[in-house]
Design a protein around this ligand. Structure first.
Ligand SMILES: Cc1cc2nc3c(=O)[nH]c(=O)nc-3n(C[C@H](O)[C@H](O)[C@H](O)COP(=O)(O)OP(=O)(O)OC[C@H]3O[C@@H](n4cnc5c(N)ncnc54)[C@H](O)[C@@H]3O)c2cc1C
Length: 478
């Protein structure tokens, strides 16, 4: 283990850490920025285009946003997020973006080290989270500008790197690189431990203090392993007063639950296709690959395969014109490539007379099983069974949060504990202005886990957590 990593995870210290953040994606990075003493103030001469917000901001001109009443400030804001604090922070960072404007942030950032709260950010990969697992050439769904974190605009970073946005969107590779750079440019690297996988978080009562009195709040024991360069695993265990869950939702791909799913040619990540093409095991002369799913990841896989002239069978359960399909919700002008895939799904279907060579869609088809000899059995909408020979399978039907490191996999933390945890339908139940779990003091959740599914909006959760932790600090006896 490097000295740097060892210092971070030194368990001999009798004092618990103030905060452990699990997950080093945009949520964890933004929170680390705020906990490092970077403090947002309203620019003295800025005028926010939202009149009510502007009036409220003028009421406390010299007071940091972190020290203001987030509930009061965010009241009355509307937008594409359900979270008032997400809307607030987004409105302060990108004041008129939803009206097509490009107005600069009304915030100015001051580094006030005396306000910093010691913390560690643990993450499986490099800082940037899910963005290191997304195929680098894929273009973001959001505008490139919306992928940025506070006080470093993506467009300025791109300009310095001599890179450009594509039709105002960025590639996933550039965004992953931007996050890594952000951590080092903002001087946050010493808080980050990459290659650290958390396997257990347990509650424990604090040791009695010298005077014999107990610290009233229970602590968290965070354990896991560090992946060394030679891939060996070294265990660690940390004690913390507060834990922030920022683990996103991309680590546990959804499965079909059918026989043959564990066969070696069945994969859940686009990178498998990339690897097979690079290794030359998949070529335009191979049997078709099977792509399962009708979301944007499946569409990305279709585009990728088409780019390399790999024949594709594309299967999904819903009808092509189902209003619930994401393609039916995206403006055609802004997303021509996804519109193209949608058109292929409709026009090159096995249900229509002349399927186009190289791509064939199977709408409303249910997969029944895979066989070792690379066969996939389907049932069509009329109940007929069909078999196809395939070279490789990509199952891209979404992913679930993985909180297996919590007791009961965190099920009791959800809004409805009886239902599975889901970022869209059943996220972790948090207080909307602190993002602290309503079930456990000291446990926070940000990002998709708390229902914020876009980078633009995960930052509000980080603001709420930082504000709550600063208030806890202020309440501590001197
Ligand atoms: C294909 C795809 C395209 C997307 N396109 C867009 C887009 O265009 N615009 C947009 O705004 N959003 C987009 N998103 C969503 C976006 O990626 C997420 O909203 C965002 O990354 C969430 O940030 P996060 O920090 O909360 O979680 P993540 O980015 O998911 O990061 C969490 C990190 O925690 C790590 N982790 C998990 N468990 C553990 C553990 N036990 N121990 C240690 N580390 C752990 C994970 O490996 C991961 O690296 C896209 C997502 C995908 C999958």
């Amino acid at each position: 283990m490097s000295k740097w990593r060892k210092n971070h995870l030194d368990t001999s210290s009798p004092e618990p850490l103030e905060v452990v953040i699990i997950g080093n994606g945009p949520s964890g990075i933004c929170l680390s920025y705020l906990l490092s003493g970077y403090t947002p103030y309203m620019k003295p001469d800025a005028v926010h285009p939202h009149p009510l917000l502007q009036r409220k901001l003028l009421e406390a001109p010299g007071v940091s946003i972190l020290d203001q009443d987030l509930d009061y400030l965010s009241e009355g804001l509307e937008g594409r997020s359900q979270s008032p604090v997400a809307l607030l922070f987004d409105a302060l960072l990108r004041p008129d973006t939803d009206f097509g404007g490009d107005m600069e942030s009304v915030l100015t950032w001051r580094l006030q080290k005396e306000r910093a709260i010691p913390h560690v950010v643990l993450g499986r990969n490099l800082p940037g989270g899910a963005w290191h697992s997304i195929e680098g050439s894929m273009v973001t769904l959001s505008q490139g500008q919306w992928m940025g974190l506070p006080d470093l605009q993506v467009k300025d970073w791109m300009c310095k790197k001599r890179r450009g946005l594509r039709n105002s969107r960025a590639t996933a590779g550039d965004i992953a690189h931007y996050y890594v750079d952000y951590v080092s440019k903002k001087g946050l690297s010493h808080n980050f431990v990459s290659g650290a996988v958390v396997t257990a978080v347990a509650r424990r009562m604090p040791e009695p203090s010298v005077a014999g009195a107990r610290d009233p709040s229970p602590l968290f024991q965070v354990s896991g392993f560090l992946i060394a360069k030679d891939q060996s695993r070294q265990p660690f265990s940390l004690c913390a007063r507060n834990v922030v869950l920022a683990t996103g939702t991309s680590d546990s791909p959804a499965r079909l639950g059918i026989p043959g799913e564990t066969l070696p040619f069945v994969h859940y990540e686009l990178s498998a296709l990339e690897l097979a093409i690079r290794a030359g095991t998949l070529t335009p002369a191979s049997d078709p690959i099977l792509i399962v799913g009708a979301g944007l990841s499946a569409a990305d896989a279709v585009l990728y395969a088409r780019h390399y002239n790999i024949p594709v069978i594309h299967a999904f359960r819903r009808p092509v014109d189902d209003p619930g399909l994401v393609f039916n919700q995206l403006p055609k002008m802004l997303y021509p490539e996804y519109h193209k895939v949608h058109q292929m799904m409709r026009e090159q279907s096995i249900l229509s007379p002349s399927p186009y060579k190289g791509y064939c869609s199977l709408p409303e088809h249910q997969l029944l099983f895979f066989k070792e000899d690379h066969q996939a059995m389907f049932q069509d909408p009329n109940g007929l069974q069909k078999v196809f020979g395939i070279s490789l399978v990509l199952v891209l039907i979404g992913s679930h949060p993985n909180l297996s490191f919590l007791p009961g996999a965190g099920a009791d933390l959800a809004v409805d504990p009886e239902q599975p945890l889901s970022p869209k339908r059943n996220p972790i139940d948090v207080d909307p202005f602190t993002y602290q779990s309503t079930q456990q003091q000291g446990l926070y959740a940000v990002g998709p886990l708390a229902g914020d599914n876009f980078v633009r909006f995960v930052q509000g959760g980080a603001l709420a957590v930082a504000s709550s932790l600063l208030r806890k600090e202020a309440r501590k006896p001197p």
